[in-house]
Write a protein that binds this ligand. Structure first.
Ligand code: SF4
Length: 331
């Protein structure tokens, strides 16, 4: 977890309200994001965790208004950024937000970079576009951004192409592209998936330092609860397109409320722990075209009751911004 443990008193930067993003396919409507609510405060690190297909990445693409069209559409909700609803502004205004105020670091640096342009050109692009800086001024900012992500000899490296960088270095360049314009919010979608453990640790330390220096808020999308423990102040656990539990990071590790959160935590290997075998969550996540009625986790939940199969549990508020959707907490 970050050292910013008092972020709960800070102003809200991002307020996502009842967000729904659906895919309209020939075989039916796929509810990738189905009523998501969460906030990110200034300087706060918020984790979005869950299995593949739980809606984490699509929630982030919705915030960026980059959902794959025409199949996907944001059908409902509000995304308030400093009070401005990003869903009500036109595309040219959104382009201003994207890159200058909100930046995204994607999973795969290979696909985020263009192999035929130099690294310098690519880091300079958002600076030219959003900060309207050119020439020596823009290049100075490029060098500063590369220095901030600890790229050695940036003056030489700007002239090189992506294939001349290692995987870890490429991921740093992608982070530099995102951070060059000093955004208020960084959306990091599994940014360390392609890195080995040592490089991953360096990259996480780097983002933490940058965040501390600039007060940047971060959304971490990950299925890795180890990263959440290291990096986040708050955790939102997603299942089948919804946030089923939201809590401060210490609280969720100490006293998880939702059976799915408990199962996720139980399935993490703990060094030195003597367990006969690692816990595995039974069954598969639901097909998002036919989500079970009631609580979508009931077919896999060891504590499921009759009411779980018919009615979706409302949010039970647990103090502060914390909440859980589970009939056990209601009772
Ligand atoms: Fe399990 Fe019921 Fe809680 Fe869903 S609402 S997690 S099925 S106990």
């Amino acid at each position: 977890m970050t050292e910013m443990s008092t972020t709960k008193d800070r102003p809200i930067l991002l307020d996502v309200k009842d967000l729904k993003t659906y895919f309209f396919q020939r075989r039916g409507v796929l509810k990738a994001v189905d009523g998501v609510n969460f906030t990110v405060r200034a300087g706060e690190s918020v984790g979005l965790v869950g299995e593949s297909g739980s809606g984490k990445s699509m929630t982030c693409l919705s915030i960026m208004r980059l959902v794959p069209k025409p199949a996907a559409r944001i059908v409902e909700g509000q995304i308030l950024f400093n009070g401005q609803d990003l869903l009500s502004i036109d595309e040219s205004d959104m382009r201003e937000y994207r890159g200058s105020k909100i930046a995204m670091v994607m999973q795969d640096p290979q696909t985020s970079m263009n192999p035929v342009f130099t690294v310098g050109n690519q880091v300079e692009e958002p600076i030219k576009l959003h900060l309207k800086e050119r020439g020596a001024q823009a290049m100075q900012r490029v060098l500063d951004a590369l220095r901030a992500v600890r790229i050695p000899s940036p003056e030489d490296r700007v002239k090189q192409y992506p294939h001349q960088f290692s995987g870890g270095m490429r991921q740093r360049v992608v982070a530099a592209m995102g951070l060059a314009t000093s955004p208020e919010l960084l959306v990091a979608d599994e940014p360390t998936t392609s890195l080995d453990v040592t490089i991953q640790a360096q990259f996480l330390g780097l983002i933490r330092d940058i965040q501390k220096e600039h007060g940047t808020s971060v959304i971490w999308v990950t299925h890795d609860l180890g990263i959440v423990a290291q990096m986040c102040d708050r955790v939102n656990v997603m299942y089948a397109g919804r946030i089923v539990e939201s809590a401060e990071v210490q609280k969720i590790y100490k006293d998880p409320q939702h059976p799915y959160t408990k199962a996720l935590l139980d399935s993490v290997p703990v060094m030195g722990a003597r367990r006969p075998r690692l816990y595995q969550i039974d069954g598969q996540p639901p097909d998002l075209r036919s989500i079970p009625t009631g609580c979508s986790f009931w077919p896999r939940c060891p504590a499921a009751m009759d009411i779980c199969k018919t009615e979706y549990p409302p949010a039970t508020h647990l103090g502060g911004d914390d909440f859980v959707h589970c009939w056990l907490a209601e009772k």
